[in-house]
Ligand binder design. Sequence first.
Ligand code: 475
Length: 755
Amino acid sequence: MSKSMKATLTDLCQKEISTATDAELYTALLKLVHEKSQQHVKPVTGRKLYYISAEFLIGKLLSNNLINLGLYDDVRDTLAEAGKALADIEEQEPEPSLGNGGLGRLAACFLDSLATLSLPGDGVGLRYHCGLFHQNFKNNVQNETPDFWLTDQCAAKATDTVFPVSLAGKTYSARLYKLPVTGYEGRTNTLNLFDLDTVDESVIGDGISFDKKDIAKNLTLFLYPDDSDEDGRLLRIYQQYFMVSAGAQLILDECMARGCNLHDLADYAAIQINDTHPSMVIPELIRLLGLHGIEFEEAVQIVTDTCAYTNHTILAEALEKWPRHYLDTVVPQLMPIIEKLDAIAKTRTDNAALAIIDQNQVVHMAHMDIHFSHSTNGVATLHTQILKESELAGFYQMYPDKFNNKTNGITFRRWLLKCNPALTSEIENLIGDGFKKDASELKKLLAYTDDTEVLSKIRTIKKDNKKQLATWLADKQGIRLNTDALFSIQSKRLHEYKRQQLNLLFLIHEYLEIKAGHVPATPLVSIFGAKAAPAYIIAKDIIHGLLTLSQVISEDPQVSRWLQLAFVENYNVSAAEKMIPACDLSEQISLASKEASGTGNMKFMLNGALTLGTMDGANVEIAEAVGNDNIYIFGQSSKQVIHHYAAADYCARDWYEADPNLRRAIDFLTSEEMLKYGDEEHLKRLQHELINKDWFQTLPDFNAYVVRKEQAMKDYAVNPEDWSRRTLINIAEAGFFSSDRTIAEYDQDIWHLGK
Ligand code: 475
């Protein structure tokens, strides 16, 4: 036990630890972390990365920072000696609300890995006051309320730096806030977040509604404000330009302070554009370089050499394109530049499909990124291949050297060390702690796949994690889970392509089977975590279907002995940290070709879950790593799916009519049982959608899904030891999916930082 930690904390609290409140201890620990992390701030030489992103889904920071600074054990033990629990103190920290899904969490993992690898790389984003909405359930329906997460103690501190940003001809001041990002035994970088002093949380009315026109008061209130109307879409452009203009000014200032003459900007800065939300940074930098006296053509070259673009999706609706008149309104200063870029692009190709401004006067942000940055990357091997062969084939033919793959990764500090201490220490006992910095060392675990003692330990750890999750859910939502059951978890944004509705149909099927006297091989607990975008009607209907079914099951003792459906309210990073270590079966069931990568799939694997998935995104690479015996793959291939889309020959109703089990499950959506607790309008709409449209081809995969999942349930029940052996293989093979590996690849191929 370190005496000095006791003395340090006592000093910081100005009282005995045992008499300090959790709030006082939290404040003391924040100071401790801040002081220590400042010791790892190092000067920047050579090229520095700026990762610009609308989202940074960072999660709570205290424990992670303590781990990265090597203080965690000492602090935990010192507190315990004084009768205090670090877990209680963690509860003092509000959950940062700066992101939505995989794209934002990836940005957070990348910041951790950059700092861990001692690479100079900062984030640039927005300081949302309420970020993504808080989700709660009432009458089996999702409701949204604002998530006021900012407190005086927020680690993002205001600076005196402000940049002028012109929006619709009016000048606003973007204030810079800085949040230190400390790596594991690495350096401390910064997450730069911009905000407007005049933003006013009191303008929020019912739920999360507000006057979308009052930019001075609403600009940074919410992440992804409802864009189902024109004012909402304009607001997104206001936000995006505010972020990139302030960011670009920061980048130029920092580089000039380090001696850059702007002609050599690409030697000082690498800018990674995280999906299309920050794409306007390209014309904005060209504009700013022009103000510094650099000719247009040279500016275009400088910006191309500096910027790189990551694509995270092939879904057409997520590839941003804006009617030109939106940009004319919000950023008239950029339009002449975008027009010139479009003209250059048109000199390079006759293919109208590759234009920045199309014949309908719509501006394609991704097209601007690809023409005027030096790198375009996908986020998993399959995804990059689809970009090259289908979605962006025309661009790939034009710029084959720009295209590259960077398979996503996750930071093991948060997704193993922090969230699963029991598994971490067992791994450490077996193979030492080298895996914390070199994840490929996890392969050493393969030596233990026949060691029954180790396998039994792995099983005990999983069981304990399930009990902890059950306790947490009982406290939070009053749900009692059967911890002897197989835990299957699907947690991710709610989207039709991710196919939570397929899981819903399976659960209805199981329910009906049990009612008919066919009990499953093992009791099953099916857990969901997901938020639906507030204006995404069908997504909300799917949530309603799941919540309603959950009630039908829980009110039926005959079924609930065998089957439970738990929906975790307000799924976020902290919830994920509790759910993932408790999972047996990881549900990665997107329609093949649609999930660019997935990163939850990696987190579950690392924590010893087996994957039930389609050959989509990084599932393909997980399957390659663990081998077919250690994963449950089902469903159409991406080739088949792409073919059906091209031929437009998919007819959901044919499948509905041909398969009695499927028909029975879909019909049940509007059954008496469901209508007892559910709303007819929601359930009918969902049913109608499935039978008449089913854009993401749920029905053709239903049968294969049922068969594979029932097989998994049987394997789990019949041979627990073999199941543990297979989970150990998954853990051992997870090393490739460390974001340290991903970041090392970005650095080697695209950024060349510090050089
Ligand atoms: C992919 N979010 C995952 C992950 O690469 C992938 C976009 C627009 C508006 C609101 N949210 C978004 C995303 O597109 C997103 O999260 N994409 C995800 O990026 C990281 O692993 O497959 O869906």
